[in-house]
Design a protein around this ligand. Sequence first.
Ligand SMILES: NC(=O)c1ccc[n+]([C@@H]2O[C@H](COP(=O)([O-])OP(=O)(O)OC[C@H]3O[C@@H](n4cnc5c(N)ncnc54)[C@H](OP(=O)(O)O)[C@@H]3O)[C@@H](O)[C@H]2O)c1
Length: 234
Amino acid sequence: MTDTILITGGAQRIGLHCARRLAESGHRVIVTARRERPDWSQQAPEGVELLLADFSTEAGIDALIDTLNRRRIRLRALIHNASQWQGDDSGAAGFEAMFRVHMLAPYLINNACETWFAHDGPGDIIHITDYVAQRGSAKHTAYAATKAALENLTLSFASRFAPRIKVNSIAPSLIMFNAGDDDAYRQKTLAKSALGIEPGPEVVYQAIRYLMDNPYVTGTCLELNGGRNLKPAR
Ligand SMILES: NC(=O)c1ccc[n+]([C@@H]2O[C@H](COP(=O)([O-])OP(=O)(O)OC[C@H]3O[C@@H](n4cnc5c(N)ncnc54)[C@H](OP(=O)(O)O)[C@@H]3O)[C@@H](O)[C@H]2O)c1
């Protein structure tokens, strides 16, 4: 049986790009999303299956775990990519929503996942965090804090699952803009990194590939930020 890679929140943008690339390289890929993608009924990405899952409640997280238990999947990798980028004006509701998607869902899914991984092969859990997890953020305090917690989960699970399953984080800064980002915002954001480019999602795929292919890396965070740390904070 071909081993499966599960990507949460993988039906769009970075997650979808990585799903397609991993499918091209011969993996079976399952992505989760909160709703059906109508265009997928015409032509779903080859080798990529969509599973509905909503992490806005504990019951929603448990429902995904139950489904995966019932299916008896054999995992090669589990990629926690689902995310919400809410500003501090979203208050307690925003904090709680991001707590569930960035912290509670990865925590409960990781607690349940050990038997899903093949016993005779390599296994990887990858947490997609953010540059701001280690630096904080002026207007996205709760986002940064919940991503920092996700980064911390990496350490505990890497220790718990070694040597069978490696657990690492990838901490990106700008990867791709959102459609509505205006020119002023784009220029300001590009100027934050030494390399000054919008790299696109292929660099996340390359980082995932590196972590999956390297047998000696666990409990680490791979910074993917174009040298943003080299420039003074703005
Ligand atoms: N884009 C960047 O430049 C950038 C920079 C730094 C870090 N990152 C990180 O990289 C990852 C991918 O970024 P992206 O821009 O591709 O993200 P995105 O477009 O916002 O997609 C995130 C996904 O998370 C899912 N999601 C949100 N809330 C959920 C919930 N309550 N339950 C289940 N799924 C939920 C969404 O699912 P639906 O399909 O159901 O809406 C969506 O597909 C994220 O972890 C992000 O924090 C991205």
